[in-house]
Design a protein around this ligand. Structure first.
Ligand code: URA
Length: 250
């Protein structure tokens, strides 16, 4: 995770470029043609200097709060693939505004999703262009608890919940995987917390106890939840939310 760097002033053209509004030439043109306001005031000098972090811009019709490093959360809808090259459905990246999609890369290939959710899974998806953050959040060693709301095809017996907690063997690994927490909210609604993020892990664990997932929603990662963020929308994470996610866990 990038340490908070001291404030640095940058010229408006460079700020727009860093934020993904296009090449330096395009960014300079946007300013000169009067398409950019800073904190509500139109600025027409591309070389005017500003502090980047937290700067509030309006670029054409888009309001934009500048962030040196991108840490964002999306409420993923069903029917979107978490892939830059989707095969059968639209990409989640198509739900992001164009500056986030075309931010210049800083060691990562621009803004990337942290881990994956299946095309039919909804819920909390982190996005960032901080390679260390992405690596840390995806690493099984970091143990970020991920909470899933699982709608089941068949009512689940409490004994099946006990098996999920004790550990079940999946087909690609002889080591059992166990839920960190699991409880029935209703006979066909399981709430399950996982520390790993293996391929189709929830669906395969539920199948291992003789049931099937009807629909799946990730409601929480660490202490972060979606709150009232509507489906298909995204927002920046606050610095406290980023440090909450990256703090050391046992
Ligand atoms: N487990 C699954 O099976 N699918 C997801 O999308 C996430 C976790």
């Amino acid at each position: 995770m990038s340490k908070r760097s001291p404030p640095t002033q940058l010229c408006l053209e460079d700020i727009l470029f860093e934020q993904g509004f296009g090449t330096r030439r395009i960014c300079s043109g946007l300013v000169q043609q009067g398409h950019v306001s800073v904190a509500g005031e139109r600025v027409s000098d591309p070389l005017a200097m500003f502090e980047l972090d937290g700067l509030v811009l309006r670029v054409q019709d888009l309001d934009w709060v500048c962030q040196r490093v991108a840490y964002a959360v999306m409420h993923k809808p069903a029917g979107y693939e978490v892939s830059q090259k989707p095969k059968h459905h639209a990409s989640v990246y198509s739900l992001l505004p164009y500056p986030l999609r075309q931010r210049p890369s800083k060691g990562t290939q621009g803004v990337q999703a942290v881990g994956r959710l299946d095309e039919d899974t909804t819920g909390l998806l982190l996005l960032s262009d901080d390679g260390q953050f992405i690596h840390r959040m995806s690493s099984p060693k970091h143990h970020v608890p991920k909470v899933y709301e699982v709608a089941l095809v068949h009512a689940m017996e409490p004994s099946a919940v006990q098996r999920l907690l004790a550990g079940v063997v999946l087909d690609d690994d002889p080591q059992p995987v166990a839920a960190a927490a699991a409880a029935l909210v209703a006979p066909t609604h399981l709430r399950m917390t996982l520390l790993e993020g293996k391929y189709h892990q929830v669906k395969r664990m539920v199948a291992a106890v003789g049931n099937r997932v009807a629909s799946l929603h990730r409601s929480q990662m660490g202490e972060l939840s979606l709150g009232d963020l509507p489906e298909g929308e995204w927002r920046w994470l606050t610095p406290d939310e980023v440090s909450g996610l990256t703090r050391k866990r046992k």
